[in-house]
Design a protein around this ligand. Structure first.
Ligand SMILES: Nc1nc2c(ncn2[C@@H]2O[C@H](COP(=O)(O)OP(=O)(O)OP(=O)(O)O)[C@@H](O)[C@H]2O)c(=O)[nH]1
Ligand SMILES: [Mg+2]
Ligand SMILES: [Zn+2]
Length: 301
């Protein structure tokens, strides 16, 4: 049989075959090869109801379309980069790193500004103006549900992960997208519900409420991955030139730079720096770019 791994905890995996979820373990050959199983993996498994380790044994992981290590997920069509402007305060370098990680993995990012009720319309509009020319973008209010229908349309039928800092409201959005699903019994709904947490009043940060990646299948075919939040992200071991190419707003302009290998930092006749001076490239995006190129230098000898 074939199914999707929807959750993994302590060596146990939950596999969804389109109808029901069975729990089981990986067969010895996978463990011996130290093959990792990601949530989102399509796996071949056998049902073994007499096994003491659960109802199924996974014996093969199918080739992945793509994967990410942070958060650890595979086979995504879309990754929704969720961040709030306040509670917790936005950290643009982290947001831009996550977006760059999507570009690197070949996953389409959608930008979602959460907690629209807390930041004020102007601040939300300003943040949207930075990202909406680059990627599909939306703002949502987890209290009133405003914006959730637009988000639902943007991700309908796709394999979609919600990712971003702890406490920004990913699990709240998961529950809102999940609410009102037809055919779900109340008890089942309670089980399916993603746990949400509070913001620490001391630090203004999230409390890492979600500890594991979990997929919630929706009735329109959407596979919604809720993921644990983080406070920081590391750059992968890539060349500075690769980092440059992860910024879509630079790619077009690069043709007008004097040098085709222009890093848009100190070179003369650089179209990106001109655009920056004219204000058509966002200062915060450019600063994220600078910090990312600095960070990957540690990988160079
Ligand atoms: N004011 C306001 N609070 C919100 C909103 N969305 C979520 N919250 C609250 O923010 C807190 C954190 O929400 P979660 O959904 O647990 O955040 P998370 O991103 O899943 O956090 P982790 O699981 O730690 O990564 C909860 O107390 C929510 O009720 C919103 O739009 N406005
Ligand atoms: Mg959560
Ligand atoms: Zn340049």
């Amino acid at each position: 049989m074939t199914g999707t791994v929807v959750k993994g905890i302590g060596g146990f995996y939950f596999v969804y075959d389109g109808e029901s979820v069975v729990m089981g373990k990986a067969r010895g050959n996978l463990k011996r090869n130290k093959e990792l199983i990601y949530v989102g993996d399509i796996v071949d498994f056998d049902i073994d109801e007499n096994d003491k380790d659960g109802e199924c044994v996974i014996h093969r992981v199918k080739e992945r379309k793509n994967y990410m290590t942070r958060p650890p997920v595979s086979n995504l069509d879309i990754l929704v980069v969720v961040f709030s402007l306040v509670q917790p305060a936005v950290n643009y370098p982290v947001v831009d790193k996550l977006i760059a990680g999507c570009e690197l993995a070949g996953i389409d990012p959608v930008i979602c500004i959460s907690k629209a009720d807390l930041a004020g319309q102007e601040a939300v509009a300003e943040a949207l103006s930075v990202y909406s020319p680059l990627y599909p973008s939306v703002s949502v209010n987890g209290i009133t549900g405003e914006g959730i229908d637009r988000l639902r349309e943007m991700i309908s039928g796709k394999k979609v992960a919600l990712a971003g800092p702890s406490g920004v409201g990913k699990s709240t959005i998961t529950n809102l997208l999940h609410a009102g699903e037809p055919g779900i019994e109340e008890a089942e709904e309670a089980l399916l519900k993603a746990a949400t947490g509070r913001i620490s009043s001391k630090t203004g940060r999230g409390r890492h409420t979600t500890r594991h990646v979990e997929i919630f299948p929706l009735s329109d075919g959407t596979m919604l991955y809720d993921t644990p939040g983080f406070t920081s992200l590391d750059m992968p071991a890539v060349e500075p030139l690769t980092v440059r190419d992860l910024f879509p707003e630079f790619r077009e302009l690069n043709r007008n730079c004097r040098y085709s290998d222009c890093m848009h930092i100190n070179e003369p006749e650089c179209a990106v720096k001109e655009a920056l001076q004219q204000g058509s490239i966002s200062v915060s995006r450019y600063e994220s770019y600078l910090s990312m190129t600095e960070e990957v230098k540690k990988w160079q000898k």
